[in-house]
Design a binder for this molecule. Structure first.
Ligand SMILES: [Zn+2]
Length: 145
């Protein structure tokens, strides 16, 4: 599975090396917060780690697809086509096993700006934060998991 370089700046834009940020989560560590999961998912998109995207999508998420193989292929094509230019987390928080992250993702597709903002919802299951869904703050972004 593709991974970010351990000593390179983390693709999520945290300002730290990937090995001290999203890489452990991509390798299987439980993310401590909804924001940590959200950042790891952005990094997974940026590095084409479709397995992480699928594993961290909540079973009840509307983004989940029954045909996992087709879903993985759709994600792979999406990750390959889009340039991931940066992530800004505006706010994040958790209340029990429910989490929220408000972020802005800068991205380009075929030279076109497809950046978007989203208020994402997360739920913790067996100690692991999972992505449920989100509300876009800009109308026409690309499809994603
Ligand atoms: Zn990171």
């Amino acid at each position: 599975m593709p991974r970010p370089s351990a000593n390179a700046p983390c693709p999520c834009g945290s300002g730290t090396k990937a090995k001290g940020c999203c890489l452990p989560v991509l390798l299987g560590a439980a993310p401590a917060t909804p924001e940590a999961l959200m950042r790891s998912r952005y990094t997974a998109y940026a590095s084409g780690d479709t397995g992480h995207l699928i594993r961290t999508t909540h079973p009840d998420s509307p983004h989940r697809e029954a045909d996992v193989r087709a879903w993985a292929e759709e994600l792979r094509r999406y990750c390959a086509a889009v340039r991931f230019l940066g992530l800004t987390v505006d706010t994040s928080g958790e209340d029990g096993d429910t989490g929220r992250v408000r972020f802005y993702a800068r991205m380009a597709l075929d030279g076109r700006d497809v950046s978007f903002g989203e208020d994402s919802r997360f739920r913790r299951v067996d100690g692991r934060w999972l992505y449920v869904d989100g509300a876009r703050r800009t109308p026409d972004g690309p499809p994603r998991a």
